[in-house]
Unconditional design. Structure first.
Length: 183
């Protein structure tokens, strides 16, 4: 019998968060479990500052391993994205906001319904806050294609979530950056 300590709970929660990030990037459970288990590190860090840095580094390692694992599928999706037409009229209304009752599971389902390259561009740039130039490097793609993929991803995400306006409008980008799904 093991006693569940706060440290063990924290390690378990970090592993779950790394798994979720890998799963949203790859869409594959098997790869995501492997990546998260490889990256999760147990133990104390010398200081809280180092601990924060290490957790951020772990997220970057997950991103790198996930993108490497799906490289061929990502390239295929990038070609589809390049050929896709971006419908400017399909962008959500300025007053569009995510329903506050939307669950993490609903958000994950809406994200996973997006084609791979636009989903990854959206996750990297909006959820993870990675700059366009860095996202383009990670995706081995032209920045204009990554920007287009992000726009397509946002269109599809709002469509997948119903695209309804709520009573108290919020900006989608703000909500996506603050949601706990990938933190």
């Amino acid at each position: 019998m093991t006693i569940d300590t706060a440290e063990n709970t924290d390690i378990r929660q970090r592993a779950v968060n790394l798994y979720r990030l890998a799963f949203l990037l790859t869409g594959r459970e098997d790869i995501s479990v492997e990546i998260a288990s490889d990256i999760t590190v147990s133990g104390d860090y010398a200081s809280p500052l180092f601990g924060d840095w290490m957790r951020a580094w772990q997220r970057r390692l997950v991103i790198g391993k996930a993108l490497a694992a799906i490289h061929a599928e990502l390239a295929d999706s990038a070609r589809r994205t390049q050929l896709a037409r971006l419908d400017g009229s399909a962008m959500p209304a300025r007053k569009w906001s995510l329903n506050p009752d939307t669950s993490e599971a609903e958000l994950e389902k809406a994200l996973l319904a997006i084609d791979l390259f636009p989903r990854v561009a959206l996750l990297l740039m909006i959820f993870e806050g990675i700059r366009l130039a860095d996202a383009a490097t990670l995706l081995s793609a032209d920045p204009a294609l990554v920007r287009k993929a992000q726009a397509i991803g946002l269109q599809e995400l709002t469509r997948n979530l119903g695209g309804k306006e709520s009573q108290a409008p919020k900006r989608l980008g703000f909500w996506l950056r603050t949601v706990a799904v990938c933190n």
